[in-house]
Structures are given as C-alpha cells and as structure tokens.
Write a protein that binds this ligand. Sequence first.
Ligand code: ATP
Length: 265
Amino acid sequence: MTQAQLKREQSPLLAVHDVSVVFGGIIALNGVSFDMQQGQILGLIGPNGAGKTTLFNCLSRLYQPSKGDILLDGESILTRPPHRIAEIGIGRTFQNVALFPNLTVLDNVRVGTHSRTNSDIISDSLRLPWVRNGEAALNKRVDEILGYLDLRDVAHTTVAGLPFGTQKRVELARALAAQPKILLLDEPAGGLNHEEVYVLGDLIRRIRDDRGVTVLLVEHHMGLVMSIADHVVALNFGRKLAEGTPAQVQADPDVIKAYLGSKDS
Ligand code: ATP
C-alpha cells in the first residue's frame, strides 16, 4: 500500500473542523467539529433552530462559514462554488423535492449525470465517436439506477403527476446518477407516511451497502435516524451537544434535556 493510500484509509472522508456561521448578530453555528468515515451513515439531529440546516447548507456550499473548514478527502471544499460540488463527489437531495416537474423521470435523472460528463458543445454537435460512446455508457448508467430504485415503469412519465414518495425516489436517483462519494439528505422522511419511511430507511441502507455511498442525514424523524445511522451528531443552539452511536446519543442527558425543552420531543 502506498503512503497516499494508507493516509486515505486512515483519514476521514469528510472532516467538519471548527465551523461557525454568523447571520447578522445570530450565531447559527458555533465551532462545530466532527468526522465522517467512508461508508458511514451519519444522522445529524437537534431541536428546531439547532443549526442542522445551516450546517447542511455549508456542506452543500450554499453558505460560507465565517470560521473553520470542511475537508473532503483531506481537501477543503470551501473554495468550490455550489454548482461544482457534484464534480468532487458531493450529492444532495432537497427537503421539498427540487425536480423539473415538466420533465420525465428519465430526463430528470439524466440531468444528474451532467456533472460527470466531459463533452463540450462542439464535440456534441458533431457527434464525435467518443461522444457517442460516452452517451451509451451514460444511458446504461441511468437505466441501471432507474432499475435499482424501481423507477423503470415510470421512466417516461412526467414528474409532476407522480406521488410524493415516488418523486423523492426520483430525487435520490438523480443524486446517485452523479456517482457521489457522499450523499447529503435533507429531511428525506418529511411528508412520508409510516410505511414509506420504513421503505426509505431500507433504501438508504442499501445505497450505502451496495454502492459504498457515505450518507449524511439531517432528520427530525428519530425512528428513522436511530434505526439506520451508525453515528449520530446532536446539535443545540449551534453547538455540538453530543455524538456517538444512536444508543449513546439517545441516552445522553444533555440531549434528553434539549428535546424535552423543545416542541420536537
Ligand atoms: P429546523 O429543525 O427548524 O429546520 P435547524 O436545526 O435546521 O432548525 P437552522 O435553520 O440551521 O436550524 O437555524 C439555526 C439558527 O440560525 C436559528 O436561530 C435560525 O433562526 C438562524 N438562521 C438560519 N438561517 C438564517 C438566515 N438565512 N438568516 C438569519 N438567521 C438564520
């Protein structure tokens, strides 16, 4: 094993280091640090206003921390514009689903592959052989993902007409089409019924197990977090309150106190 491989094996995939975010006079995040290991499912929890969304938005580069750093594979992501994070392997879904409603499922998922293609407009219009080969590989990848997420039957259906639960699967498919190393999920259980949350949990675990994707989950649904996360980080008032296994965090007196004092409990 080379030194570089050894370093990669030992170091975390993602390191959040002393991150603070200030909005006007409000300290939304205050010196938060934690690591994520390759292949982990990490649940980020906390009562309303704890700072979860703010941290999520830092990870997806929508917000710029006022202090601290976020490293992916040892390299800072903070110099990257938000539209270029998919290229380095960060994928995300949105709380309220952000698909193109008038496009088909297939086309929405194809959009996800965009960050991983390296063709240009001239090669595309001339349909050079390497463009055609690239397209064939891309179509194969999209078809595989549609099959994996049980979406082949609706591939040619317009997204707007689909049930919310199916739209959420399309969003996952789009994110997976960019072949992320790490997938950021923003309250994926929101708006789903009990049965759908159970199916979603199973799916997230399978995505990690089958595809080796590391998952960060911001979620209010404690049942989901505690059943699928390997590691949990709890925030409150912008600070890290506790971290550990789901059982450790659930039993932490500070976490219990924070939830009892909030309307999330
Ligand atoms: P929820 O579970 O309710 O979504 P959260 O844990 O995601 O809460 P954040 O939305 O990150 O919490 O909010 C953390 C703090 O920062 C809150 O006090 C919030 O009011 C404040 N805040 C968040 N975004 C902004 C913003 N764009 N401008 C000003 N204050 C903000």
